[in-house]
Write a protein that binds this ligand. Structure first.
Ligand code: SF4
Length: 64
């Protein structure tokens, strides 16, 4: 079963950590300043660092 990354927009506090450790996958939206996955299928190992480093645990894998 496929899975994709999701960022809970209500939980994200716009700290920027995920973008810093894994910019290939996460970018802060210029308008909302919340993180969004630009590569939701993941791939780079840094994804797990971003998930583990999020202070509010807003990033998760979701089953498609
Ligand atoms: S690390 Fe978490 S709180 Fe910080 S910008 Fe990314 S998703 Fe938002």
């Amino acid at each position: 079963m496929a899975r994709h990354l999701a960022v809970n927009q209500d939980e994200c506090i716009s700290c920027g950590n995920c973008q810093e450790v894994c910019p290939e996958v996460f970018q802060l939206d210029p308008a909302s300043e919340k993180s969004r996955p630009i590569k939701p299928e993941g791939g780079p190992a840094c994804v797990e660092d971003a998930i583990n480093g999020c202070p509010v645990e807003a990033i998760s894998w979701q089953e498609d």
